[in-house]
Design a protein around this ligand. Structure first.
Ligand SMILES: [Zn+2]
Length: 192
């Protein structure tokens, strides 16, 4: 577990609660995204998992099967990928997203993903991925940059220029990558 996630509040079972998760009393609502918390992360460039500052440079997020296939397709064709449909899921640190992709059922399993995407990107991109190679259940993806809009009722994110693409077929696919990332953070100048 990344150190910044380790210090997050826990639910009754001991699971760390992401920064953007709303609470109902002492019950975190893992399936939902909190508007104020999400806006706070967006405005402060804070990680949506651990709530700590993301340094200048790339940011990461977890994408589901359809978007993973669309990105894979774009990379293979040598054309840029942009999620033209905004998403309500904000970015985070590489280690946090690697961790979340393996632990958070709403991120790790496409059928369990939040049903809150602003324009249901999975539907919007369905025509793009038709015929694309399937099999990946999602991916951890690094983007060069992102932009956001805090609207009256929701916070939407758009991501620009894929810089890293790590598809996963099984929930623990990124354990070695995460270990290496956490080890690298222990060395000065390597943290990201
Ligand atoms: Zn983080």
């Amino acid at each position: 577990m990344p150190p910044s996630v380790e210090v997050r509040p826990r639910d009754a079972r001991g699971y760390p609660v992401p920064a953007i998760t709303p609470w109902d009393g002492d019950q975190p609502q893992f399936a939902l995204t909190d508007y104020e918390r999400s806006a706070n992360c967006a405005r402060g460039r804070l990680c949506s998992v651990c709530n700590a500052l993301m340094p200048r440079g790339p940011v990461w997020r977890v994408v589901g099967a359809s978007e993973s296939a669309a990105i894979s397709d774009a990379l293979a064709a040598g054309r840029p990928y942009r999620n033209l449909a905004p998403t309500l899921e904000g970015p985070g640190h590489r280690a946090c997203m690697l961790y979340a992709s393996m632990v958070c059922p709403y991120l790790a399993r496409p059928n369990a993903r939040r049903g809150t995407s602003a324009r249901t990107p999975d539907d919007m991109t369905a025509h793009v991925v038709r015929g694309a190679v399937r099999g990946s259940m999602g991916a951890v993806v690094g983007f060069a940059d992102y932009e956001f809009a805090v609207a009256a009722t929701q916070v939407a994110f758009r991501f620009i220029d894929v810089v890293e693409f790590l598809p996963h077929d099984v929930a623990d696919a990124h354990i070695d990558e995460l270990r290496a990332e956490l080890d690298a953070r222990d060395r000065p100048g390597q943290a990201r």
